[in-house]
Design a protein around this ligand. Structure first.
Ligand code: GLA
Length: 711
């Protein structure tokens, strides 16, 4: 299958059934962007740029001003006044003028050092090399297109081909100049326990940036930004989404210039960034992804969901149902012991749950969050038999065993810190700031990465551990250098690469106080994540709804927590708490003995149902049918299209509500679907007229309708 064509000029066209992306080398050697959008047979002709007044033209040219010419990797200093893709330090003069040098078509997608990238099977990659003869810099721009996805991957490699060091101040993974148009910007912001809040604004003139300087991709802003046609809905309108396969300091921006050109930039954050490139060295950026759908926000989510499952998350778990679990955190917090954990394991077995997860509090001296991180051996008083024996006892009850770890951290009150105070991130002459009373280990140092690898590898080898919750509970400070923050990420990815390769059957779950580092970088190693510490049903609805714009249900975990909720105090029914997490691939419980005793039959029923339907949630199609402050309605259709789950919530009840009815999506028009109560419908009836919903009977009411396709 030909995905990339190269014609005279050269002009490069990447095209599959979902999209087309084209660029050409113009008469001045500038790599000019032609189009990104629907898969048209012919790319549109280059924009004809009228004569502007008071702009700067390229030498000896009447109309060619870089300030409105759409480019592939723009730089500053020759007439383009928008934010540049690549910016050098100004000490030796930062002017750059990148011009075409050569290109190559690659059938194998090249790796990017220790950075995670999307898997390249069924893809083709184009590498276009640009150069600046004065600065003696070369830039490889990599573009990958797949046979069957509405996604283009981009990254760049900067090479110093000169004889003096060069300072890199800004290195975007991608720069995309789109033609003028009426768009809205969609992005997701939040904080601890209220992640993934959607915000939309009309695309302003000027620059709008989302970013992180916290050392994690952060819950303040998920590294995802979409440009959507101003009147786009869930099912109509052209939508462009953009994200990074990266978990650290990033920036994504959109800028509309005075002539309407729209520039999207994504990559490492230039905050505090200064990377010295010695002669002969190169610098590899994280990979960026551009998704496109002509079918609205729902269409764009389907593009991302399919892509993330096929090309990002570990293949080993793609088709593996995730075990239901009982997690000790909100059941007991730090008050855990061998005896109490085994008691919970007995309860878990009785409830039909498949795995017991021992959360925080199990290691030496860890009786609260002020101490012991770094000393990863079982507390001899509370866990005298040690982790291998405990894991085996749990296994003997027919359960899998999972454990919580926070490997990147150290408590000042720990043996590790006392032995290696220099392993914690700090700035010269300063006592570092604390977050949750802890410090961050400096993973930019090879000996720190090796130390963490050694104890973790030994722990995983010593005990039958099926699952690891990999937590990270503070933002980074005291780094004093964006380059150091990036080196940290390279160290972390090396560590995760080694561990997941050597322990391929362990399910790793990414967590950072919930969703403080929920991104495609971490999900390249871990099949699922703990997206939020908020388990209240109303809070969860917004979080899952927001996260679902980018992430498929396959990567989400949810458990039934206590009521009143520990984060916001809300009292809610067990059923509402269960239903709010229903689309997630992994289901669990985090309740103490008394709560379990009170709700045993219902918990048995829910966990049984979760176990039976687990396979349906993998690779499922997820549709946001309705989202208002009062109502959330989701449709989840199993990959084999045989079962449709309709999950409908009404937040606050009210008397005499209007008739409730909802239209479904993506069904087979002539097929028959039967509800639990025996009512039957044709697919086209459900899609065009809809399904009636019950009137709510209480606040936070949740209704689950399951439709089976029978013919
Ligand atoms: C973080 C996680 C929680 C729990 C605690 C343990 O806050 O998000 O789920 O694991 O750490 O300390």
């Amino acid at each position: 299958m030909t995905l990339i064509t190269i014609t005279d000029g050269p002009t490069f066209t990447l095209r599959n059934a979902h999209l087309a992306y084209a660029m050409r080398v113009n008469a001045r050697g500038v790599l000019e962007h032609l189009c990104f959008g629907p898969s048209l047979a012919e790319a549109p002709p280059p924009l004809s740029l009228p004569l502007r007044h008071c702009t700067v033209m390229l030498k000896d040219h009447e109309t060619l001003s870089l300030n409105d010419l759409p480019q592939e990797y723009a730089t500053a200093g020759q007439g383009d006044f928008s934010a540049p893709a690549l910016h050098l330090g100004a000490r030796d003069n930062s002017v750059l003028g990148l011009r075409y040098k050569s290109h190559a078509l690659l059938l194998d997608k090249p790796p990017a050092d220790s950075l995670p990238t999307a898997r390249g099977n069924a893809s083709q990659t184009l590498c276009v090399t640009l150069q600046d003869a004065v600065q003696q810099i070369e830039v490889d721009l990599f573009y990958t297109i797949w046979n069957d996805h509405g996604v283009i991957a981009r990254r760049s490699v900067i090479r110093n081909v000169g004889s003096r060091p060069v300072s890199l101040r800004q290195v975007a993974s991608t720069a995309l100049d789109l033609s003028p148009g009426e768009y809205s910007v969609q992005h997701f912001h939040g904080s601890w326990a209220r992640e993934f809040n959607e915000e939309r604004l009309s695309l302003p003139t000027g620059r709008f940036t989302i970013e992180s300087t916290r050392g994690t991709s952060s819950n303040a802003h998920m590294p995802y930004l979409a440009l959507i046609e101003a009147d786009a809905t869930e099912v109509t309108g052209r939508c462009y989404g953009m994200t990074l396969i990266y978990s650290g300091n990033y920036s994504i921006s959109v800028e509309r210039g005075e002539f309407g050109r729209i520039r999207l930039l994504a990559g490492l954050n230039d905050f505090d960034f200064d990377w010295t490139l010695e002669p002969g060295e190169d610098f590899v950026t994280p990979e960026a992804l551009h998704g496109f759908s002509p079918d609205g926000l729902g269409g764009l989510s389907h593009v991302w969901h399919d892509f993330i499952r096929a090309k990002i998350t570990p293949e080993r778990f793609r088709d593996t149902s995730r075990p239901t679990y009982l997690n000790t955190w909100e059941a007991a917090y730090f008050d855990v012991s061998e005896q109490s954990v085994l008691q919970l394991a007995d309860e878990a077995a009785d409830l039909g749950v498949e795995m017991l997860v021992l959360d925080d509090g199990w290691f030496k001296g860890r009786t609260d969050d002020r101490r012991a991180l770094g000393d990863w051996i079982a507390d001899p008083e509370r866990f005298p038999s040690g982790i291998p024996a405990l894991a085996q006892h749990v296994r003997d009850r027919g359960l899998k065993f999972g454990i919580w770890l926070e490997p990147e951290m150290v408590s000042p009150d720990s043996s590790l810190y006392r032995a290696h105070p220099d392993w914690a991130i700090s700035a010269p002459g300063r006592d570092p700031s604390r977050g949750r009373h802890q410090l961050t280990l400096d993973l930019s140092k090879a000996e720190v990465v090796d130390h963490i690898h050694a104890w973790l590898d030994a722990l995983l080898a010593s005990a039958p551990i099926d699952y690891v919750k990999w937590d990270m509970n503070r933002n980074m400070t005291d780094l004093g250098s964006g380059a150091r923050a990036h080196r940290y990420m390279l160290g972390l990815y090396r560590l995760l690469g080694r561990l997941t390769q050597d322990h391929p059957d362990v399910i790793f779950e990414t967590c950072a106080s919930g969703g403080n580092r929920f991104d495609l970088g971490m999900l390249s190693y871990m099949p699922q994540g703990w997206i939020s510490d908020m388990c209240d049903p109303v809070g969860r609805l917004d979080i899952i709804n927001g996260a679902s714009h980018l992430f498929p249900p396959d990567v989400m975990a949810a458990y039934i927590g206590p009521s009143p909720n520990h984060q916001n105090g809300r009292i809610s029914s067990l059923s509402a708490r269960y239903m709010a997490g229903l689309p997630c691939a992994a289901h669990g419980i985090s309740l103490g003995l008394a709560d379990i005793a009170r709700s045993r039959p219902q918990l048995q029923q829910f966990m049984g149902q979760s176990g039976k339907s687990a396979a349906d949630r993998l690779g499922s199609r997820f549709d946001r049918l309705r989202k208002t402050a009062q109502e959330t309605i989701w449709q989840q259709t199993s990959r084999d299209c045989q079962t449709v789950y309709l999950i409908a919530f009404q937040v606050l009840n009210a008397p005499n509500l209007p008739i409730r009815q909802v239209r479904l999506r993506g069904l087979e028009p002539m097929a028959t679907y039967i509800l639990q109560d025996g009512r039957s419908y044709k697919g086209n009836q459900l899609m065009h007229y809809g399904l009636p919903l019950d009137q709510p009977t209480e606040d936070f009411s949740a209704e689950l309708l399951i439709l089976k396709k029978v013919s």
